[in-house]
Design a protein around this ligand. Structure first.
Ligand SMILES: Cc1cc2nc3c(=O)[nH]c(=O)nc-3n(C[C@H](O)[C@H](O)[C@H](O)COP(=O)(O)OP(=O)(O)OC[C@H]3O[C@@H](n4cnc5c(N)ncnc54)[C@H](O)[C@@H]3O)c2cc1C
Length: 413
């Protein structure tokens, strides 16, 4: 369907993917109206600093925003903020808004992101218990991040561990609870999990694995204790919940758009309705380097799909689909991840774990599928390219530090 002469594009959700879609539509020459509907009060902003520099108080709020308000005015983009989109009527081609009213579209981009998984225990609604997803969450958490306060973090994923690192740097007493047998168990290998667990322990965090939170106790409506399934009681002034996210697919699902752990799209970010696109955390897309469909939760993915949707609407050639990538900052450690490691059958370590400068490569039948690189940008950059070409590499070559990554990449088949 040719949408390039559309008069109006509506974008639901005003986050990373939406901001990119706005910029790309204008870059690709779209001259019609763009309406951006976001339930948060803020213009689109970056989330990664919320668990890093911004949480620590080292980044001014203005630096979070992708573009200032004047840019949206200059670009003739109508920003409808603090308003939730409640329904998509595909036959009328409208998006209905809470408090009434609707907006018509020729093309629609759903970029509703994801929301934190709710903590399923008694006491989750006590004062002092927080999620970490948006700016408003951090505004509530930051005043409580006072030296000496006892912080219990539920879930040892990237966000939980980044928050633990910030809290230690601010001198809080930090305990991380993880119900699995190792930290980051869903996303990385035992060697990386062991490294991060040791690092946090060295920095003064109490890491408790195989620790299942049973309930939160409080006094006068405020959280005071975290009770584990084995009966252990931990004192808590603040509890931060980081147990994963759920994609915001309900708008699409209710409108009859195909979903399966995410809004299903083709390579152009198009759903099963040719006028409707989906981008970012809410979308499940073809992962072209892995031969399957999947949902990614990363800045790179949101940017790429925002671009893909804009290009498809404008009938432009499909922008390149890069190897998926992600990063995490904890203390002075920069973790850079390229690729998706889920189905690996072999790991190879290159570099010196004790020197905190190393990489773990993930192979599947000899093919490089992912890397986790700690303070090692060359390993990350070279792997990104090698993954896209489907390179096969011998473990002894990858671990051989007498050859640079550049040399290894040049010789790879
Ligand atoms: C604390 C934190 C740290 C992170 N760190 C990293 C990192 O280091 N590296 C990395 O690659 N990624 C990181 N991420 C992930 C990354 O920020 C997300 O993958 C990215 O923001 C996804 O973009 P998005 O546009 O899909 O969703 P979002 O940026 O979440 O935007 C979606 C927006 O849609 C709004 N919305 C939802 N439903 C509706 C509705 N019905 N009507 C109107 N508006 C609606 C939401 O309120 C939200 O504002 C981090 C995320 C968090 C929360």
């Amino acid at each position: 369907m040719d949408l390039s002469t559309s008069k109006s594009v509506v974008i639901v959700g005003a986050g990373q993917a939406a901001a990119q879609a706005c910029a790309s539509l204008r870059l690709f020459g779209f001259e019609g109206g763009i309406t951006l509907i976001g339930e948060e009060a803020a213009l689109p902003y970056q989330r990664p600093p919320l668990s890093k520099a911004y949480m620590k108080g080292e980044l001014a709020e203005e630096r979070l925003y992708f573009k200032p308000e004047a840019w949206y005015q200059d670009q003739n983009i109508d920003t409808v903020l603090s308003v939730r989109a409640t329904r998509i009527d595909r036959s009328a081609q409208t998006v209905e808004l809470e408090h009434g009213g609707s907006v018509s579209y020729d093309a629609l981009i759903i970029a509703t992101g994801s929301r934190p998984r709710a903590l399923p225990v008694e006491g989750a609604d006590l004062d002092g218990v927080f999620d970490l997803r948006d700016l408003a969450d951090v505004e509530r958490i930051r005043p409580r991040m006072i030296a000496g306060q006892k912080l219990v973090i539920v879930g040892a994923g990237y966000i939980g561990l980044e928050a633990a690192a910030v809290a230690r740097q601010l001198d809080l007493e930090v305990t991380v609870l993880e119900m699995e047998s190792r930290v980051l168990s869903r996303v990385t290998s035992p060697v990386m999990s062991g490294f991060f667990e040791a690092e946090h322990t060295r920095q003064g965090v109490t890491v408790r694995t195989e620790a299942r939170l049973a309930s939160l106790g409080g006094a006068d409506g405020k959280v005071t204790t975290a009770v584990l399934a084995d009966g252990t009681e931990l004192a808590a002034d603040i509890v931060l919940v980081g147990i994963g996210i759920l994609p915001n697919v309900e708008l699409a699902e209710d409108a009859g758009i195909a979903c399966s752990n995410g809004i299903l799209t083709d390579r152009d970010a198009r759903t099963n309705d040719p006028r409707v696109f989906a981008a970012g955390d809410c979308a499940a897309r073809p992962l072209v380097h892995y031969g399957r469909q999947g949902r990614l939760e990363s800045v790179h993915n949101a940017i790429e799909q925002g671009k893909l949707a804009a290009a498809a609407i404008m009938g432009k050639p499909r922008p390149p689909e890069d190897c998926p990538w992600f990063w995490s900052d904890q203390y002075d450690l920069k973790l850079q991840i390229a690729g998706l490691s889920q189905d690996y059958d072999e790991t190879v370590v290159r570099g010196d774990v004790d020197a905190r400068k190393f990489a773990v490569f993930y192979l599947q039948n000899g093919k490089l599928i992912a890397v986790d690189a700690i303070n090692s940008p060359p390993e990350f950059l070279a792997s990104k390219k090698l993954i896209m070409t489907g390179a096969r590499l011998a473990p002894e070559t990858l671990s051989d530090t007498s050859q640079s990554m550049k040399e290894i990449a040049a010789a790879a088949v």
